[in-house]
Design a protein around this ligand. Sequence first.
Ligand code: GLC
Length: 480
Amino acid sequence: MPASGSAKGAAMVTAVAYRLADQTRQIAQTLAEFRLSKAQLLEVKKRMRTEIENGLGKNTHDSATVKMLPTYVRSTPDGTENGDFLALDLGGTNFRVLLVKIRSGKRRTVEMHNKIYAIPIEVMQGTGEELFDHIVHCISDFLDYMGMKSARLPLGFTFSFPCHQKSLDAGILVNWTKGFKCTDCEGEDVVELLREGIKRKEEFDLDVVAVVNDTVGTMMTCAYEEPTCEVGLIAGTGSNACYMEEMRNIETVEGNEGRMCVNMEWGAFGDNGCLDDIRTQYDRAVDENSLNEGKQRYEKMCSGMYLGEIVRNILIDLTKRGFLFRGKISETLKTRGIFETKFLSQIESDRLALLQVRAILQQLGLDSTCDDSIIVKEVCSTVSRRAAQICGAGMAGVVDKIRENRGLDHLDVTVGVDGTLYKLHPHFSRIFHQTVKELAPKCNVNFLLSEDGSGKGAALITAVGCRQRAQEAQQAAQQA
Ligand code: GLC
């Protein structure tokens, strides 16, 4: 007997409802892998702590993944810094040249002038000589612009990559990270490469005093305003932290007195496989498609350069499974790097109606239905929540280490922070703060946003470097 119209209709509705329910369940299952429990986050904190010890230890340092690089910055600023300095900032979203005028005394002031320059992708991935020629060309343009070509200014070079330092003014590049991959630089002193570039140009002279990681610049900038700042964090294109460690614990540097700032290079956390149990197939796909496969695994789970890529890989998979974009993988979705931090931030903004989310996706060339936009938003927020949480777990490990170093039951400390993800994303900072609080309950952590951190910090470190140099020269003269 043929089914009546209404029975057939009911069967179809039921079938569709089942399919939708099944689809929702499958999407939820996919995203569940990104939801970490408190126990898992505590485990991340604990593992970070183990890697910190490995990086600091004499016998374990060479094979350690979290390198804990000494910076030769032995104190935070004391307010007596003074003078005019040039600063370079390479390795974040932009390349900048800055003139920083620091005035000490009763009314301390810092005045800054800067210009932003693009670094074309061919230069980021060309030869080292091309990169440094380009940098010197930009400095030359800036000095012309400021009318300062003849002054031999002291310069601080914020170079936001892992460097082995034996002094404040020398840094051997361990390896490139983020989007850079220039030939003939790894294993070389980047300060020498800069000096050679300046010589080749034969137009001006500079006195390179310090090479500085952006985390250290950020910490110093915040410490200038707030002396309890002893930690620096970057949550931007890349992810990394630094803090003041006891000299007695830094077994790779002679001496036991006082403290030194250590550039953790925590982005490499997990490169020995210790985070594999929480990495998903999408994290592995992002890694495989990157310029540095197998490297910077933690950074690839929690920094701006890669979050969009994780999202894109999930969306591709959901589309292939027929849950999104009517099952069609567009050219846009195949394009690496389309979801920049700024787009994720917009998509996740609570003030946006779904229609606006669709408009953003449209701008990117993704034709979405209303249901699609709900799923995309959910994917973005799941990925960025995990990022903020694991970043918080790492930070909880750091502040607890500082507390234990000082034998305290309770520590008050300030973390200076910079980076586009932290500044632009509507939820990252809140979830990150919450996580640190939950995972390090014995620490009262205050977060200070650093305005223009890396440039100003490089100038402050250069000022301290110049002062140290003058003192050493004076001592030498007295002995002679
Ligand atoms: C990458 C670099 C590191 C830098 C961080 C943030 O992790 O290796 O040196 O501090 O990005 O820019």
